[in-house]
Design a protein around this ligand. Structure first.
Ligand code: GTP
Length: 255
């Protein structure tokens, strides 16, 4: 059994920083971990030579696409070639290896484009225990409307990937007043609803209620605050993910 984290989240939420800090943490613990570069899906400079498969710069130039269109094209190409390419790459890893995938931040990839889901299926097929790690910038936690939108994006990733899911709140060192975020770490539904009602026009009251019920019902709004100056959270995220999950345990982790 191998282990893998799929690190996802919006652009700029701190995925690469999390991955490199996790790598340093594992080095200190003398634990082996492999982090194919962020660009492994497009142009890999170390380890996985996907450049042979497709190159984002070439795609943009030859097809006249911008970075987003180019990335989506590359992803579709990757999807078509997952069987051959990924299966072969995964054969290079041993039973206890731990892989961390730093995914691109395009929201389409974890909301509706199927490539990451297929990627996960391949990992599982090769006997990897996979977990989704969703990073959200702590700035989302200071305002109920931003918090709600962060939760919706995280929920959509959970639904799309169907993985045990850990939410991590990044950039906690930038939060000057920790009390600003405390209300959102284990939020009371009533508190969220009254805050939301105050912010929105009265005609949104029913929608607000449904949204808060949804967030509360999935109990997926627990975020682990992560301060890069403190390493304990990395140990926690590693140990959560190390475990073998049953469906029920996956549910527990979301809570
Ligand atoms: N202060 C602080 N800055 C952070 C932290 N994590 C990330 N940053 C900064 O936030 C910016 C974005 O971080 P990245 O790690 O590149 O974020 P990403 O999610 O990989 O970004 P994309 O590649 O755009 O998807 C960089 O300038 C980082 O230095 C953190 O915990 N604290």
């Amino acid at each position: 059994m191998g282990y893998a984290q799929l690190v996802i989240g919006p652009a700029g939420s701190g995925k690469s920083t999390y991955c490199s800090s996790l790598y340093r943490h594992c080095e200190t613990m003398q634990r082996s971990i492999h982090i194919p570069t962020r660009d492994y899906l497009i142009t890999n400079s170390s380890g996985w030579e996907i450049r042979e498969l497709i190159n984002l710069d070439d795609v943009m130039e030859e097809l006249g696409l911008g970075p987003n269109g180019g990335l989506m094209y590359c992803m579709e190409h990757l999807e078509d070639n997952l069987d051959d390419w990924l299966t072969e790459e995964l054969d290079n890893y041993l039973d206890d290896d731990y892989l961390v995938f730093d995914c691109p931040g395009q929201i389409e990839l974890f909301s509706h484009v199927p490539v990451l889901r297929k990627f996960v299926e391949h990992l599982k097929h090769k006997n990897f225990n996979v977990c989704g790690v969703y990073l959200l910038d702590s700035q989302f936690m200071t305002d109920v409307t931003k918090f709600n939108s962060g939760c919706m994006a995280s929920l959509s990733a959970m639904i799309q990937l169907e993985l045990p899911h850990v939410n991590i709140l990044s950039k906690m060192d930038l939060v000057t007043n920790k009390r600003d975020v405390e209300d959102f770490l284990n939020p009371e539904p009533q508190f969220l609803l009254s805050e939301l009602d105050q912010r929105m026009a009265p005609q949104f009251a029913k929608l607000n209620k449904s949204l808060i019920e949804l967030v509360d019902g999935f109990s997926m709004v627990s975020f682990l605050p992560l301060d890069l100056r403190k390493e304990s959270r990395y140990s926690l995220s590693l140990s959560l993910i190390d475990r073998e999950y049953t469906a029920d345990e996956g549910e527990e982790l979301k809570g």
